[in-house]
Design a protein around this ligand. Structure first.
Ligand code: 13P
Length: 248
């Protein structure tokens, strides 16, 4: 009932020409995908990658968006600027932005509302640190990120949530499929209580954190996991394609 969504997050990798080469390599391998396929790319790659994606079944995503519509925000990029290049999705609140760039639940919320108003689909990232998991605080942390980051959203089914345990990102340590499934079920329950349970049933929730060609089938077989947000493995065409084709 929920269409799976596999998205690459290139992070600060790939120049525009490298990005074009990568999507040219990915496109023929994912033509028959049964899921939504997205690549989220550095802002400066967007014009070239947008052009290269024409005629493919791959959608374009950005890695961030500013919360103001326009104005004196040197160095920032607005939703309107992204839309002009056919960007459909935008990652918001990635843990790297929370950790290194002062992103908070409040700014996540502002960016999410702005993106929705513009017609972009936000991929809102939440997740606990290792210390928080080991301290038994996972649910408390996620509940706060959900209550603060997602407040005032009119139609929660218009977003995608990416559950990315911070300790699993880029570390090669994946949450077990059961762990990820259980935590995503908690996220869905919390969203259901905050909005409505029917909406929560429709909401797509991805897993992210060292998801790769080897473990994607097991993760995607879990009933609560509706997709993946892929870092490292999205930079290699065959690996990313294997993940996209998880059901084949
Ligand atoms: P890795 O797949 O490299 O662990 O990164 C996950 C991630 O942060 C995707 O947003």
């Amino acid at each position: 009932m929920r269409k799976p969504i596999i998205a690459g997050n290139w992070k600060m990798n790939n120049t525009a020409s490298e990005g074009v080469a990568l999507v040219n390599a990915i496109a023929p391998l994912v033509k028959e995908a049964n899921c939504d396929v997205v690549v989220c790319v550095p802002a400066i790659d967007i014009p070239a990658v947008s052009e290269a994606l024409k005629g493919t079944n791959i959608d374009l995503g950005a890695e961030n968006v500013h919360f103001a519509e326009k104005g004196a925000y040197t160095g920032e990029i607005s939703a309107t600027m992204l839309l002009e290049y056919g960007v459909k999705y935008v990652i918001i609140g990635h843990s790297e932005r929370r950790q290194y760039f002062g992103e908070t639940d409040e700014t996540v919320n502002k960016r999410t509302l702005t993106a929705l108003k513009a017609g972009l689909t936000p991929i809102v990232c939440i997740g606990e640190s290792l210390e928080e998991r080991e301290g038994g605080k996972t649910e408390e942390v996620l509940a706060t990120q959900i209550h603060e980051g997602l407040k005032d959203i009119e139609d929660i089914t218009k977003i995608v949530i990416a559950y990315e345990p911070v300790w699993a990102i880029g570390t090669g340590k994946t949450a077990t499929a059961e762990q990820a499934n259980e935590t995503i079920a908690f996220i869905r329950k919390t969203v259901g209580e905050m909005f409505c349970s029917k909406c929560a049933e429709k909401l797509r929730i991805q897993y992210g954190g060292s998801m790769n060609a080897g473990n994607c089938k097991e993760l995607m077989a879990m009933p609560e996991i509706d997709g993946g947000l892929i870092g490292g493995a999205s930079l290699k065409a065959p690996d990313f394609a294997t993940i996209v084709n998880f059901d084949k």
